[in-house]
Design a protein around this ligand. Structure first.
Ligand SMILES: N[C@@H](CCC(=O)N[C@@H](CS)C(=O)NCC(=O)O)C(=O)O
Length: 341
């Protein structure tokens, strides 16, 4: 009898522990609303993605993701506290609860979800890993990089992929992993390494930091898939949904032709899918724990996916990245969001 009582008490305690653990993780949206500000983890300074402008304001593609979520909650994209994080620091910071959301060129991988107990909310930017080399080296392809000294940031998929690539192609590699992006760029600029490797989008951004950007080229080879996107902790599905659907709202807005310029027209539209988007039909915002006009708030404050892309990194921006596979699926790319209904 005693044994049964002990077993029951033990089981009760265990259930209690499990309930407490999941409760401790839930409620991020309520926490953010109560705090009045979204804590968003970004990179430490990567032009076009997340960097401070001359006025000390954070701007960029990843920053706009944070702003979109803040807009959905507060109708005010400025309600974000930015937490700059190195590659090594980003996931522990999210796990500990130092940030509510990580929007920092992070690649969606199995181990980051199943191992680190995180969840990717979607793919905001389809990228791949490439190489930056000085024009003076006369290299035209990655297979000529054998015996090179290659710099990259520690704690990244870049460090892992480049080792795979060199091993697979039976090339010798001297890999120099440095903890911050500033150190990586400095080592490359000082000639301590012959090659800089990371996601191609970042190579365009980092090249701008070099004394003579035009003296360096991004090789045409892309050696990996790097689907980049916003990340949250596991165990809070409501929060994951809000982040995920904020990203989908950006993409769906572009597909529906809803932009900062056409938003007023969209609010008067009789088209069923536009009415659902702007909240003149349905209770979609309420289902997400925000207001009916949540998606309008996003577009009004931040623009649609295409506007964000072009403004920060697109062909006419300083980075000059062609839209490529990040074009909408309906325009020949692979950006595709499930329907808002
Ligand atoms: N997408 C890759 C690489 C991400 C990454 O951190 N890349 C470096 C490139 S040097 C970076 O963006 N650093 C910016 C920073 O640390 O602020 C990953 O998720 O591991």
């Amino acid at each position: 009898m005693n044994r049964i009582a002990t077993a029951l008490a033990f089981a009760g305690a265990l259930t209690g522990a499990v309930v407490t653990a999941s409760l401790a993780q839930a409620g991020t949206l309520d926490d953010v609303k109560t705090r009045g500000v979204l804590k968003c983890g970004v990179s430490q300074g990567l032009a076009g993605f997340s960097a401070k402008d001359d006025k000390g304001q954070w701007t960029g593609f990843d920053v706009d993701l944070c702003r979109a979520v803040a807009a959905a909650i507060f109708d005010d994209a400025s309600k974000v506290e930015y937490v700059p994080l190195s590659a090594d620091a980003r996931f522990p910071a999210l796990q500990k609860g130092d940030v509510d959301l990580l929007s920092r060129n992070s690649t969606w991988t199995l181990s980051r979800e199943a191992g680190l107990k995180l969840m990717f909310a979607g793919v905001s930017y389809y990228d791949g890993q490439g190489f930056l080399v000085p024009v003076s080296k006369n290299v035209v392809g990655a297979l000529e990089l054998g015996k090179s000294k290659i710099c990259t940031q520690s704690g990244t998929t870049s460090a892992l992929n480049v080792q795979d690539y060199f091993r697979q192609n039976k090339m010798d590699l001297e890999l120099i992993e440095l903890p911050t992006v500033a150190e990586v760029v400095k080592a490359y600029a000082d000639g301590k390494c012959d090659v800089l490797t990371t996601d191609v989008s970042q190579l365009y951004a980092l090249r701008l930091l070099l004394p003579k950007p035009a003296d360096h080229i991004v090789l045409p080879d892309v050696i990996s898939k790097e689907p980049l996107g916003p990340v949250v902790r596991q165990g809070d599905d409501a929060w994951l949904n809000l982040v995920k659907w904020s990203l989908f709202a950006l993409v769906n807005a572009e597909e529906l032709g809803i932009s900062t310029a056409t938003l007023d027209q969209a609010l008067k539209s009789e088209k069923p899918d536009v009415k659902r988007f702007v909240g003149t039909d349905g209770t979609y915002g309420e289902q997400l724990g925000v207001t009916k006009d949540w998606a309008v708030r996003i577009v009004k404050n931040v623009g649609n996916y295409g506007e964000i892309f072009e403004r920060n990194v697109g062909a006419q921006s300083k980075l000059g990245i062609p839209r490529g596979i990040n074009q909408l699926w309906s325009a020949g790319g692979i950006q595709y969001a499930p329907p808002l209904r």
